[in-house]
Write a protein that binds this ligand. Structure first.
Ligand code: T6T
Length: 315
């Protein structure tokens, strides 16, 4: 998957101004470390971060590794630490492996805000902001229940173990599926955030179990790849696919009937609130340790509604 590490996000008219602008010499310097570069979710979050930073007179730099991988995110973080920002907003790519590198940033006096994903011990941060990922996984199963009321086999396509968000979504889905005796939960298979791998997981699963009624893909790239797998198997509209996130490719798959529902997060809001918490900490004001942001389920029926349009991510 091609990804551009430092490409400017196309945020729309009033949200572009925050990048290295408007801060003045005494504005706070913020750094955003994405989970991965080139992901519409983090690009949309970047838009929220820049919009709020501009309001607050702060500057922002944005960095992301080419893969969703703690061994690649660690050196990115280390170079950000060396540039001595006042605060770092980061989406850690692993609950355990990123603990120590982030603790090192804190030890330098840099304020940490966790955006999207979290750590085993989030106390290193002044605030952690994310969607209700467990409820999102449950909502995905409920969508499949409605689409396939007679039940049947359901499969999870995940990312990789150790990511707080997708682990919680996979578990929310699995617990709900196991609690309904009409359904057989086939387990979760991991795509390593690679759409091609997700596509081959789905192709192989449909060969083994052609009667699968539902697939839950727990993030953008696994959903994108799952849709490809469904197309390759010629099963559009026969298997109900619910994906997390609402990137441009996913919206297309919803429009053409390959995917039946998307759970859109609010990455822009996570970004806005992340900046607010960082600035509060820097001003010595009280922080909110945990903030939960909302989500919207989009289906073919709501895709063109104002709500559906607003929920789509910015590419
Ligand atoms: O689903 C989002 C994010 O919430 C997750 O932590 C990682 O994957 C995404 O960035 C989508 O690709």
């Amino acid at each position: 998957l091609a990804a551009v590490a430092l490409g400017a996000a196309a945020c729309g008219s009033d949200s572009d101004g925050g990048s290295n602008a408007g801060g003045g010499s005494d504005g706070y310097e913020l750094a955003f470390v994405q989970g991965v570069a080139g992901d519409a979710f983090y690009i949309t979050m970047e838009c929220g971060i820049k919009e709020e930073a501009a309001k607050q007179g702060a500057t922002v730099t944005v960095q992301g590794a080419q893969k969703f991988d703690p061994t690649l995110q660690t050196p990115v973080l280390q170079s950000v630490i060396a540039s001595k920002p006042d605060a770092i907003l980061i989406a850690p790519t692993d609950v355990a492996a990123m603990q120590q590198p982030i603790a090192q940033a804190k030890a330098q006096g840099i304020k940490i805000v966790l955006v999207d994903t979290t750590l085993n011990d989030p106390s290193v941060a002044v605030s952690a902001i994310s969607s209700d990922n467990s409820a999102g996984g449950k909502a995905a199963f409920e969508a499949i229940q409605k689409l396939a009321p007679n039940g049947g086999k359901v499969l999870g396509v995940g990312v990789q173990p150790g990511i707080s968000t997708t682990d919680a979504r996979d578990k929310g889905f699995a617990d709900a599926a196991k609690a309904d005796s009409k359904f057989t939960y086939l387990g979760v298979q991991y795509s390593q955030n690679d759409p091609a791998k997700a596509a081959s997981i789905v192709s192989a699963a449909l060969q083994k179990d052609p009667d699968i009624v539902g697939i839950f893909a727990s993030n953008l790239f696994s959903a994108q790849g799952s849709a490809t797998g469904i197309r390759q198997a010629g099963k559009q509209g026969q298997v109900n696919v619910v994906g997390f996130d609402a990137g441009p490719e996913q919206i297309k798959a919803l429009q053409d009937g390959t995917v039946q529902a998307l759970i859109a997060q609010q990455p822009g809001d996570i970004g806005v609130q992340g900046v607010q918490q960082a600035v509060k900490a820097l001003k010595g004001e009280a922080n909110e340790a945990n903030i939960q942001t909302g989500s919207t389920i989009i289906t073919k029926d709501t895709i063109d509604s104002p709500e559906g349009k607003a929920a789509a991510y910015k590419a």
